[in-house]
Design a protein around this ligand. Structure first.
Ligand code: NAD
Ligand code: ZN
Length: 376
């Protein structure tokens, strides 16, 4: 039953994506630069309605007790909520946060500030939406189901790669599907890009999340949906990724460039689509809860048939940085498990169509996916 719902959702995605010219929102305000986080207080001030309408800071719990906590520009009855990014965001987590905020305050907050990686950025977008829209967040997973404008929300990435800071989706795991709240109200009102915040990212995580961006570029630039809009962003993001992962940049330059690569990579897929690695990584995540960045890497290493140049570059990057991937992830799976990953993956029509063209079903088979998954 669960899987049928998943597949039905994917079909809806295709019909939405096949609309000819999509009219999508971009982040209206962005500040970039080292130390720009210190401007947050000034940015929020004009958005404070009154002292009873607080700002809620949703912060990756890595920063609990760190310098950043001291620098948060809280005033009056603002609330700081630390959230673990160990697991990707869930609809029930969004609903619980919304409930808490509504219980703690008589009026709606002045805004939500999300600080962290893709997990926190998506969570904060969803909370901002659900504070003004009735019911449970799971009923908004899909395309353009949100009817009311969200409250003001600010996104502050602390790791680079997902492009969640620019995208119009907030990816959530719900009771029966993992799917984004895709809407014109999801996109952030304000983004703060401060490369200083990236300083503490551990190397392996830097690589996995950074490769999400690299894979966005490869899948967008090699896809049949490619157009001049996507290409212009995708090429820039790819050049930046090559500099960061294969060049000899200083740590500071590398942080700044990867932050902008993430932004451009996100813009590139906004007007095209991702491809084989994301479709297959989705199956891994659905069955085993493998996180987005690492799931993409686990699949992408085996995709030289689809993206020969991309995989060659990817392997060079992996070697240069001495990254070891986990092995045997699919070693003990049952036939039923493989079938479920394959069905979820093959239900993502738009991604396959982008990757292989309209006759993609003639070019890919369950057996082929089974063979790739078995190598992971
Ligand atoms: P993440 O947010 O899950 O964080 C990964 C790890 O890095 C966590 O342990 C976190 O605590 C840590 N971390 C983050 N910043 C740090 C810092 N400055 N110093 C030390 N540790 C830090 O990672 P991610 O890869 O950015 O996000 C993955 C999520 O993004 C998934 O839930 C995925 O679905 C989502 N995603 C969303 C979009 C979108 O367009 N909305 C696109 C791609 C992926
Ligand atoms: Zn991705």
């Amino acid at each position: 039953m669960k899987i049928e719902k998943e597949i039905a959702n994917r079909k809806k995605e295709v019909s939405t994506l096949n609309r000819v010219h999509r009219n999508f929102p971009m982040v209206p305000k962005v500040v970039f630069g080292r130390g720009s986080f210190n401007q947050l207080g000034d940015i929020l001030l004009p958005k404070r309605r009154n002292s009873d309408a607080p700002f809620i800071f949703l912060v990756d719990d890595f920063f609990n007790g760190k310098d950043l906590e001291q620098k948060l520009p809280w005033l009056f009855n603002d609330q700081i909520i630390f959230v673990s990014a160990d697991e990707e965001p869930k609809t029930e987590q969004v609903d619980a946060l919304v409930e808490k905020i509504k219980t703690d305050f008589e009026e709606l907050p002045s805004g939500i500030v999300g600080i962290g990686g893709g997990t926190l950025l998506d969570l904060a977008k969803a909370v901002a939406i659900m504070l003004t829209n009735k019911g449970k967040s799971e009923s908004y997973q899909g395309w353009d189901l949100v009817t009311k404008k969200s409250i003001y929300h600010v996104g502050i990435p602390t790791i680079s790669g997902t492009g969640a800071e620019v995208s119009r989706t907030a990816v959530l795991s719900g009771p029966d599907k993992k799917l984004g709240i895709n809407s014109d109200y999801t996109t952030y009102d304000q983004v703060v890009l401060d490369p200083n915040l990236l300083e503490t990212v551990p190397k392996e995580q830097w690589f996995y999340t950074g490769m999400d961006c690299f894979i966005h570029c490869i899948e967008s630039l090699n896809g049949t949906y490619l157009n001049a809009f996507s290409q212009s962003y995708g090429e820039k993001a790819l050049d930046l990724c090559k500099e960061v992962f294969l060049g000899e940049l200083s740590k500071e330059e590398s942080e700044e460039k990867l932050m902008m690569a993430s932004w451009h990579g996100g813009m590139s897929i906004a007007y095209s689509q991702v491809g084989v690695a994301h479709a297959m990584s989705y199956g891994l995540s659905y069955l085993l809860g493998v996180k987005h960045g690492i799931g993409n890497c686990l699949v992408f290493q085996h995709l030289s048939e689809f993206y020969p140049k991309g995989v060659k570059l990817f392997n060079e990057m992996k070697e240069k940085h001495n990254i070891e991937f986990p092995k045997g992830v699919c070693a003990n799976l049952s036939e039923e498990d493989f079938d479920s990953m394959i069905s979820v993956s093959l239900s993502m029509d738009a991604l396959w169509e982008n990757a292989l063209g309209t006759n993609w079903r003639d070019k890919i088979s369950p057996e082929k996916l089974r063979a790739i998954y078995s190598k992971i």
